[in-house]
Unconditional design. Structure first.
Length: 204
């Protein structure tokens, strides 16, 4: 029998290993069949998603080739004001959402930072490309190099750091130690849904 003080002296890794050992002793329980069916269903959805992604990549690559051959080098665009004002409104909303999520310390901040980095890169790309050979090209290039791309890099780095911290926290709960590179962290909630539910249901 473990005493409370003895449990408190254990490291988080030791407590995680103890939880896993107790779970194994308890056995799979009556929900094992349901869990197995859920895993099969997830695997089927995973195959479908991968197939759709591969098809989209092939179609998009072919479409890029068609555009590269058929599009004119220069084109006078319509709806210029609406396109850029609408894009900047979207960028403003994402900035605001990112600020709110950071202030409230919500997990959705990872998504906001990722979307923000993407929009900033798109803004820099289209500013530079569409202003090529115009009087505003130098200003667009300077804006991209000094403002938009550095902000995008900061947002992407922050999102990466938060994802690694989240993975490390869940790994610590499962008895692991240290932080893994982001590409080595498994998809959370996929391999062990029961343990993830247990973690998320714990009081804060």
């Amino acid at each position: 029998m473990f005493e409370i003080e003895e449990l408190r002296r254990m490291s988080p890794q030791e407590r995680g290993a103890l939880r896993l050992a107790l779970a194994e002793l308890d056995g799979p329980g009556p929900a094992a069949a349901i869990a197995a069916a859920a895993v099969t269903s997830r695997d089927r959805r995973r195959v479908i998603v991968l197939a759709v992604i591969i098809i989209c990549c092939v179609v998009l690559a072919a479409w890029i080739g068609v555009l590269a051959v058929t599009l004119p080098r220069y084109y006078r665009a319509g709806g210029w004001r609406g396109a850029w004002v609408g894009f900047d409104i979207a960028l403003l909303l994402v900035f605001a959402a990112t600020g709110w999520a950071a202030w409230r310390r919500r997990q959705v901040l990872i998504i906001c930072l990722t979307v923000l980095a993407t929009l900033l890169c798109c803004d820099a790309w289209f500013d530079v490309v569409l202003d090529a050979r115009t009087p505003g090209f130098l200003l667009s290039l300077l804006s991209a190099l000094v403002i938009e791309l550095p902000l995008a890099a900061l947002a992407a780095a922050a999102a990466r750091r938060l994802m690694r911290l989240t993975g490390a926290l869940l790994g610590q709960f499962q008895g692991q130690s240290g932080q893994l590179p982001l590409r080595h962290i498994p998809l959370l909630g996929h391999a062990a849904p029961g343990r993830l539910r247990d973690l998320l249901s714990r009081p804060g």
